[in-house]
Ligand binder design. Structure first.
Ligand SMILES: Cc1cc2nc3c(=O)[nH]c(=O)nc-3n(C[C@H](O)[C@H](O)[C@H](O)COP(=O)(O)O)c2cc1C
Length: 384
C-alpha cells in the first residue's frame, strides 16, 4: 500500500491533510476531534494578543448552491479571527500538546504592524508548545480596516519586514498564508521566503459579494440591512487556487518541479488550500508542487470524518499510478505549463506531421515500407 505520510519542514504528518484555519479549529474541543479522526495536522483559528477588539456579527455566512440539488459550490464569510482571549488559547495549546504529543498543532497568528506585538505572540505561543506558525496575511474583511490581514499581504515590502520580525523570534517552522486578492501572488511568496519563512500557504478567501436579494434589494449576508464584501471559499475557488499554487511553485521550484532541487527556493514548502473536498482535489495540488492540502469549508459541510474519504481516495490515485509516496509525484505536472506561443507552435508542428503522414510523405526512416517503397520515394521528390 502507498505511504501517505509526509515530512515537511521537519514536521512529520501521518497524511498530508490539514485542518485549515477557521471554524474547524476554533477551540481545543474541536481540535481534539480532528486529531481523533486522524487529520494530519491542525491549524488553529487565527489568534491575536487582544481578542476584545474582535467583534463578530450574525449572520456572517452566505452560500452559493448548484441550480439543481443541494450541492454547495461557494461559501462567503464575513467572520473575523478568534474572539477568544489569548491566555485561553495558550492554556488550550498546552493541553492539546500534552494530550497529543505526537500530533502537529500549528498556531495561526495575526497582529498589527508593531514588532513588539509580533514578537510577544510568537514567543508565548512557542512556549505553549505549538509545532509551527502560520502567519495570516490574508483575511480580506474587517481586519484590513485595522491594516492587518490582507492589508499586509498585499504589500510585499511590509510582508517581508513582518516575516523578518517573526523569523527572528521563532525557532520553529513558519508559513506565510498568502492572499489571492493580489495580481502576482508569487511576489508575496518571494517576500516571505526571502525573509526566512520555511513555507507559504495559498490561498485564503477571495473578496466577494455573494448576492443581492431581489425582494429586499439588500446584498447578502445582511446585518441590519447592510453588508461588507466577504471572503469566498469552497469548490468554486479551486481553479483559482490551483492557478496560484502553480504560479507560486513555478517561482519556487521552476517548471522541473521540486524533485530537481534547482529552483530559487528549492527546499521550501507550499501548503495548498482552496476548495479541497476529495483526495482527487488534493492530488491535483500536490501534482502542482504542494506538500500538504488544507481543508476548511469542506469540513464545515461534511464534518471531521471527511478525512477517511480523503485518505482513501488519495491512496486510490497513488495506487493507480504506482506512486509509493507523495514525493514520487509532487510537482510532476508543473512541466506541462508553457507559453501560449509555444502552444501555437506545438499545434502547428502536430498538424504538419499529420498532413505529412496522410500524404504518405516519409518524414522518419522508420516509416519506409517495402510494399510502398516506390511511391514513398516519389513522394519525396521536390520538382514533380
Ligand atoms: C468561516 C470561515 C472562517 C475563516 N477563518 C479564517 C481564519 O481565522 N484564519 C485564516 O487564516 N483563514 C480563515 N479562513 C480561510 C480558510 O482557512 C481558507 O483559506 C479558505 O476558506 C479557502 O479554503 P476552503 O475552500 O477549504 O475553505 C476562514 C474561512 C471560512 C469559510
Amino acid at each position: 500500500m502507498p505511504d501517505l505520510s509526509i515530512t515537511v519542514d521537519g514536521l512529520r504528518l501521518p497524511n498530508p491533510f490539514i485542518i485549515g484555519s477557521g471554524p474547524p479549529g476554533t477551540n481545543a474541543n474541536v481540535i481534539a476531534k480532528a486529531f481523533d479522526e486522524g487529520w494530519g495536522a491542525v491549524i488553529a483559528k487565527t489568534i491575536s494578543l487582544d481578542a476584545s477588539k474582535v467583534i463578530n456579527v450574525a449572520p456572517r455566512y452566505a452560500r452559493l448552491r448548484a441550480e439543481s440539488g443541494d450541492e454547495v459550490l461557494g461559501w462567503e464569510n464575513i467572520e473575523l479571527i478568534s474572539d477568544r482571549p489569548f491566555d485561553t488559547w495558550l492554556t488550550e495549546f498546552r493541553q492539546l500538546k500534552s494530550r497529543y504529543p505526537g500530533r502537529i498543532l500549528i498556531a495561526s497568528v495575526m497582529e498589527e504592524y508593531r514588532r513588539e506585538a509580533w514578537t510577544e505572540i510568537i514567543d508565548r505561543c512557542q512556549q505553549a508548545g505549538v509545532d509551527a506558525f502560520e502567519l495570516n496575511f490574508s483575511c480580506p474583511h474587517g481586519l484590513p480596516e485595522r491594516k492587518m490581514g490582507s492589508a499586509m499581504g498585499q504589500d510585499p515590502a511590509i510582508l517581508e519586514e513582518v516575516c523578518g520580525w517573526v523569523n527572528a523570534a521563532s525557532s520553529i517552522p513558519v508559513w506565510a498564508k498568502l492572499t489571492p486578492n493580489i495580481t502576482h501572488i508569487e511576489d508575496a511568496a518571494r517576500a516571505a521566503l526571502r525573509a526566512g519563512c520555511e513555507g507559504v500557504s495559498a490561498i485564503n478567501t477571495i473578496l466577494s459579494v455573494m448576492s443581492v436579494n431581489l425582494d429586499t434589494l439588500r446584498p447578502e449576508p445582511t446585518v441590519e440591512g447592510y453588508t461588507v464584501p466577504g471572503g469566498y471559499s469552497c469548490k468554486a475557488i479551486r481553479p483559482i487556487a490551483l492557478r496560484m499554487v502553480m504560479e507560486t511553485a513555478t517561482m519556487m521550484y521552476g517548471r522541473a518541479g521540486p524533485a530537481a532541487r534547482s529552483g530559487e527556493f528549492a527546499g521550501r514548502s507550499i501548503s495548498a488550500i482552496g476548495g479541497i473536498e476529495s483526495g482527487d482535489d488534493a492530488a491535483q495540488f500536490l501534482l502542482l508542487g504542494a506538500s500538504t492540502a488544507q481543508v476548511c469549508t469542506g469540513v464545515m459541510i461534511h464534518g471531521y470524518k471527511l478525512i477517511h474519504q480523503l485518505n482513501a481516495s488519495l491512496l486510490k490515485f497513488m495506487e493507480k499510478h504506482r506512486f509509493e509516496r507523495i514525493d514520487d509525484f509532487r510537482g510532476k505536472s508543473l512541466q506541462y505549463f508553457t507559453t501560449h506561443a509555444d502552444l501555437v507552435r506545438r499545434q502547428a508542428d502536430a498538424k504538419a506531421a499529420e498532413k505529412a503522414a496522410a500524404s504518405g510523405m516519409v518524414t522518419r526512416d522508420a516509416a519506409w515500407t517495402s510494399d510502398k517503397f516506390v511511391e514513398q520515394s516519389r513522394g519525396l521528390i521536390a520538382n514533380e
